[in-house]
Ligand binder design. Structure first.
Ligand code: NAP
Length: 578
């Protein structure tokens, strides 16, 4: 059997990974592998499984990273906390979870065969379908044989002597690799409100981002949903269909706009298939890799009638067109933003029967698009149902969870189920959960205490041989598009290291500084900078997350890729290579 398909402890690798053993089967593998750490440091022949690259996470990033590294002949292995693949789409199985990007723009683009054989059933696919897709990809590319499931990484330490990462799991297992790639997502550390009594509740409760696999039945139940971000909105729409009573606890409302989902017929899917090249090319050009392009006109460069007609068309259109495809000044010009907000506020008033409820649902503290816009399907109409009640936590904050439900400042509520749609410690939270220690034992948490700083969101100075997919200050948006780009960038960097014989790659501090400056420059003038949200690094449920930080790259994806391409084309001069 091919040696490359097997996992060998370091001591075994040493016996085959020498030029003298270059037989046919192992030849290709020998030619491509890095010297195992046991060669660099003999004392490290300690039976710890040793790889060229370890990848943390088997979501869309980790799966593709594994695939491309294996294609290049690297010995790569994935450590995944869940029992299945999918990452976000594995954990977020809450009712109503679905894409906010068009399905056909979200799937992987790297395999023509995959594009050819996979049919999306809806323009915005639901979580079960997306999870099926992830499993299909894992099977098609035979990924599972190189994934350790139910394996949660607890710590990762760079060992200077062997020039490798030693990685430990919560269960006490250890692994080692020359390179470590994090594929841990930017919204994967769920946060609970710091209410007293959460554990005392005698009914069922769950966080949307850690939804139980067996699901929760709402038929005839009294259900509370806390939180009205993108997850809360999707959950509320769905739960309202079957719960006997649904009480929504809203702190600050968000501007939600219609998703306009619909089924994809066979003929439509065939037509989409013929346009895949065009679709992915368009995603390459747009600001955040969606299929929606910013309108080049300014809000005040058109007549009031044209403006109204344009917004009506966007409101009637699918997906993020109204956010990502609006007038070019909508997210920067205060007056333009206020006009747009007034347009959406009127839509909410027209859709909600009770004027007092409508006013509660209209944001007053931020303008349209300055926080992430939840996409909805009859969300506002839910509040016209007799079984649904909206409680404003700004007026009556929750004081505690009781054994039978929730107590607000005003009264006690009895519930059978409480759903926490309270979000994530975004961007850096998933890193904080792992004790990363770089050169000189510096911790990543300390390094980022004042906010994350990276080289193009992929590398960090003092953390040699560590790569991040979807790391802080990388391009976001329609994420798989950026994931594919980043994964391939990392692959090319490792191929470069192999060809030059470099064992140690580290971002230069001045290159990190330059990227941080660029990220700051690109964020200038955005109204969203003035607003608390996960996009500005604020999460009141987490100690130390009260102040706004620049956690997000706000330039365009094409600019981002141009910078990354330039690093590669220049022979990775931004990295110390030895
Ligand atoms: P979120 O946007 O951070 O929303 C969390 C909600 O919980 C907010 O309404 C927040 O209120 C409320 N909340 C948090 N702590 C609270 C507390 N202690 N007391 C009362 N209310 C509290 O989180 P999310 O909805 O999970 O979405 C996060 C991101 O995930 C989205 O922005 C999106 O990028 C992604 N997402 C994507 C999809 C998709 O593509 N289909 C679906 C879901 C989520 P405040 O606003 O007052 O803080």
């Amino acid at each position: 059997d091919s040696v490359a398909d097997q996992v060998y402890p370091a001591a075994v690798i040493l016996t085959v990974d020498t030029p003298k053993t270059g037989g046919v089967n192992v030849g290709a593998w020998l030619a491509v592998s890095f010297a195992p750490c046991s060669e660099v440091m003999p004392s490290c022949s300690d039976n710890i499984p040793d790889y060229d690259a370890l990848i943390i996470g088997a979501g869309l990033s980790g799966m593709y990273q594994l695939h491309v590294l294996r294609e290049q002949g690297f010995r790569a292995h994935v450590l995944e906390a869940g029992s299945g693949v999918g990452g976000t789409w594995y954990w977020n199985r809450y009712p109503g979870a679905r894409f906010d990007s068009e399905s056909w723009s979200y799937g992987y683009s790297f395999s023509a065969e995959l594009l050819e054989e996979w049919d999306w059933s809806e323009h915005f696919a639901g979580q079960p379908e997306v999870e099926r897709y992830c499993n299909h990809v894992a099977d098609k590319f035979d990924l599972r044989r190189d994934i350790s499931f139910s394996t949660r990484v607890a710590w990762a330490r760079f060992e200077e002597e062997s020039c490798s990462w030693r990685v430990g799991t919560a269960a006490g297992r250890e692994f080692r690799a020359r390179f470590l790639v994090t594929a841990i997502g930017l919204l994967s550390a769920p946060t609970m409100p710091r209410f007293e009594g959460v554990e005392s509740f005698s009914g069922q409760w769950a966080h949307t981002g850690l939804w139980p696999k067996e699901g929760i039945n709402f038929d005839g139940k009294r259900v509370a949903v806390i939180g009205t971000g993108a997850s809360g909105v999707q959950t509320i729409q769905e739960v309202a269909k079957s719960a006997a009573r649904l009480t929504v606890f809203q702190r600050r409302p968000n501007w939600c706009t219609p998703l306009h989902n619909g089924p994809i017929s066979e003929a439509e899917m065939d037509a989409i298939r013929t346009r895949y090249d065009e679709i992915f090319e368009l995603c390459k050009q747009t600001t955040a890799c969606f299929v929606h392009s910013v309108d080049s006109r300014g809000t005040f460069e058109v007549t009031p009638e044209e403006r109204e007609a344009f917004w009506e068309e966007r409101y009637a259109g699918q997906g993020f067109g109204i956010w990502q495809g609006n007038f070019r000044d909508m997210l920067k010009d205060r007056e333009a933003n206020q006009m747009m907000s007034a347009f959406v506020a009127d839509k909410i008033r027209a859709r909600v029967n009770d004027p007092a409820t409508a006013e509660l649902l209209i944001p007053k503290d931020h303008g349209f698009g300055t926080r992430r816009v939840p996409q909805e399907t009859h969300y506002y109409e839910v509040y016209n149902q007799p079984n649904v009640e909206l409680v404003s936590m700004l007026e009556a904050p929750i004081e505690r969870v009781t054994p039978t439900g929730l107590r607000t400042r005003d009264r006690d509520y009895a519930f059978d189920v409480i759903i926490y749609a309270t979000g994530f410690d975004a961007v850096t939270g998933s890193f904080d959960r792992i004790d990363f220690r770089g050169a000189g034992d510096v911790t990543l948490k300390d390094k980022w205490a004042e906010g994350p700083r990276t080289l193009v969101g992929v590398m960090v100075d003092q953390f040699p041989n560590l790569f991040m997919i979807m790391g802080p200050h990388a391009a976001l948006g329609n994420n798989p598009r950026s994931i594919e780009y980043n994964v391939e960038w990392v692959r090319d960097c490792l191929v470069h290291a192999r060809s030059t014989g470099a064992q140690r790659l580290e971002a230069k501090a001045e290159a990190v500084e330059a990227w941080a400056n660029f990220v700051h420059e690109k964020a200038q003038g955005l109204l969203s900078n003035e607003i608390d949200s996960w996009m500005t690094g604020v999460n009141m449920n987490v100690a130390g997350r009260k102040h706004r930080r620049l956690v997000r790259y706000a330039g365009t994806a094409p600019e981002y890729r141009a910078r990354c391409d330039a690093i590669a084309a220049g022979g990775y001069e931004e990295l110390q290579q030895s």
